[in-house]
Design a binder for this molecule. Structure first.
Ligand code: URA
Length: 441
């Protein structure tokens, strides 16, 4: 077989055989297929797509390209959760302890942020002392004693995706449905969970810009899950405005604590409740309505917050910053962004909000960049809000005055203020299961 022929067949719109897909993944993983041929194939897939069989074959070839995790030392049904990436998405930090507080173990491996999207590991590392590099035995021990743990992927988990994702990131081939579906699902399958809840983001801050595309991505991932006997549910949720008010690493940990204290904004709180409820449903904890009630009670009783503190301590972190969030390291510089005119916040370019946060120091442009944990944005006004000239739109934080100026300019450009009030955006757009698509808006 020649890689040249595989690229040409996909370029010309043919369906690839499973053997061709396995040949590509194996060759790209062992270095015998170079980046330039892999990027040509990624671009061909971007334009020509892949059908369900090809996408499943790509997923499975990648899932077994490195180590796989056997979670059987943890008793019970293990449900994982994954978001396709957005701005202000701190749901894992709240959902994982909520589900664990309801008696369902969560052994989660997360990733780092790149570009305009944040990563759970970077957020967790803003907690002093907390380690995300934990060996497998200790990971199992923490989940068995505390109920949950969130760690970094082991170095050899889905190495094919690591290489391909980095390549896609620099060749404008990230936002392809079969490539995202296989990337996400290969990691979830290799990480060993019995069932999976996906949060597929849709809008200006997400890879999928329209509800139809996001639903198609959700369906592709649910189909893959079913094919490998991991029951999968996907919620399609709005990412046309940032989720919650806080964007940045320690700021997002603080907002996750607010979710668990029942003091967070409605959009982030409701998203966390719904994700947790769907995870509890897959773990067999009752009907969806009963699971929503369980999730709500985990917050009201304080059990979910205590679970987060226990998890942080078990991972070596200082939970006192969660009990008193003013103890988080503060950024030395801050600036308020003021509304330039009267009107309504008609739209927010959410990707640009993420880029502004990254420019402040909260994100990275390349995987080697370091993160400023205290940098970020606290949004005072989001889409739909009425504003008067001079009202505070947001407060920006950074350890670098120059970055503060750049971040403020970028953030101002993300706001579209008009005289017209925008239509209300529903937060939940669809729920996709093996039974089909339930449109919620
Ligand atoms: N998240 C992933 O893990 N992979 C993608 O391709 C996109 C988002």
């Amino acid at each position: 077989m020649r890689m040249y022929d595989v690229i040409k067949r996909k370029r010309d719109g043919f369906e690839l055989t499973s053997e061709e897909i396995i040949y590509f993944v194996a060759g790209y993983s062992d270095g015998s297929i170079p980046d330039y041929q892999a990027s040509a194939l990624a671009m061909a897939i971007f334009y020509q797509g892949m059908n369900a069989r090809e996408t499943a074959a790509l997923t499975m070839a990648m899932a077994v390209s490195g180590d796989t995790v056997d979670l059987s030392p943890i008793p019970g049904i293990k449900v994982d959760k994954h978001s396709t990436g957005g701005v202000g998405d701190k749901t894992s930090l709240a959902v994982v302890p909520m589900v664990a507080a309801c008696g369902v173990p969560v052994a989660k491996m997360s990733g780092r942020g790149l570009g305009h999207t944040g990563g759970t590991l970077d957020k967790l590392e803003s907690i002093p002392g907390l380690s995300i590099s934990i060996d497998e035995q200790r990971f199992f021990d923490i989940v068995n004693s505390v109920g949950c743990a969130i760690i970094g992927q082991t170095a050899n988990l889905v190495p094919a995706d690591k290489r391909l994702y980095a390549l896609r990131d620099v060749t404008a081939t990230v936002d392809s449905i079969p490539l995202i579906a296989s990337s996400v699902m290969s990691k979830k399958i290799a990480a060993g969970a019995d069932a999976i809840v996906l949060d597929v983001k849709c809008g200006s801050g997400a890879f999928m810009k329209t509800a139809d595309d996001a639903i198609e991505l959700a369906q592709a991932m649910v189909d893959i899950g079913e094919e490998v006997e991991r029951t999968t549910i996907a919620l399609v949720t709005d990412m046309d405005r940032p989720l919650g008010n806080k964007v940045g690493n320690s700021l997002e940990v603080i907002e996750a604590v607010e979710v668990l204290k029942n003091t967070a904004p409605a959009d982030i709180s409701e998203t966390c409740l719904e994700l947790a409820a769907n995870m509890l449903l897959l773990a067999g904890k009752g009907t969806l309505q009963e699971c929503r009630e369980l999730a709500r009670r985990s917050i009201e009783s304080g059990a979910a917050f205590e679970k987060l503190c226990q998890m942080v301590e078990a991972q070596g972190g200082d939970s006192s910053v969660l009990r008193d969030t003013t103890r988080f390291a503060q950024a030395p510089f801050s600036e308020q962004l003021l509304a330039p005119c009267d009107g309504y916040v008609f739209h927010m370019n959410t990707e640009q909000v993420g880029i502004a946060a990254a420019a402040l120091g909260a994100g990275r442009e390349t995987i080697e960049d370091s993160i400023d944990p205290a940098a970020g944005i606290d949004l005072a006004r989001k889409t739909g809000a009425a504003v008067k000239a001079g009202d505070v739109l947001a407060t920006l934080y950074s350890s670098d005055r120059e970055k503060l100026r750049e971040g403020a300019q970028l953030l101002l450009g993300a706001y579209d203020i008009r005289n017209e009030k925008p239509a209300t955006i529903p937060h939940f757009l669809a729920r996709v299961t093996k039974k089909g698509v339930e449109r919620l808006a």
